[in-house]
Design a binder for this molecule. Sequence first.
Ligand SMILES: [Fe+2]
Length: 128
Amino acid sequence: MKKVDMKTLLKAQQGELDAVLMYHALADKVKDKHDAETFRRLAAEEGHHAAVFKKLTQQTLKPKKTLATLVPVLYKLLGKKRLYPIIAKFEYGAVNTYAPVAESYPEVQSVKDDEQRHGDTVAGLLKT
Ligand SMILES: [Fe+2]
């Protein structure tokens, strides 16, 4: 079986760590209480994902604040109706990125499935 390279795993780990901060920052910013609770739950799950990748890379990475800074600004500028679909699109993008990773590392399959659900969850916030 062809293994995906370390660079891909490290990039995934970094993305998950950054997503934890991003969802927490967004939870702090959003007006809707249900949205805030949802984002805190997603942050916790991204933290779990980061741990899955950390186990594979055996490396400790530092979360970057870029997205956590940018996304609350976008919330203010765009509003949830335009921002949430962008976030959902990123989550669905992760599903595609993780598909080949999950083939090499079965433990990533549940991470991939979570990202699909995250996309549905964030998009679903606009329907309530
Ligand atoms: Fe994730």
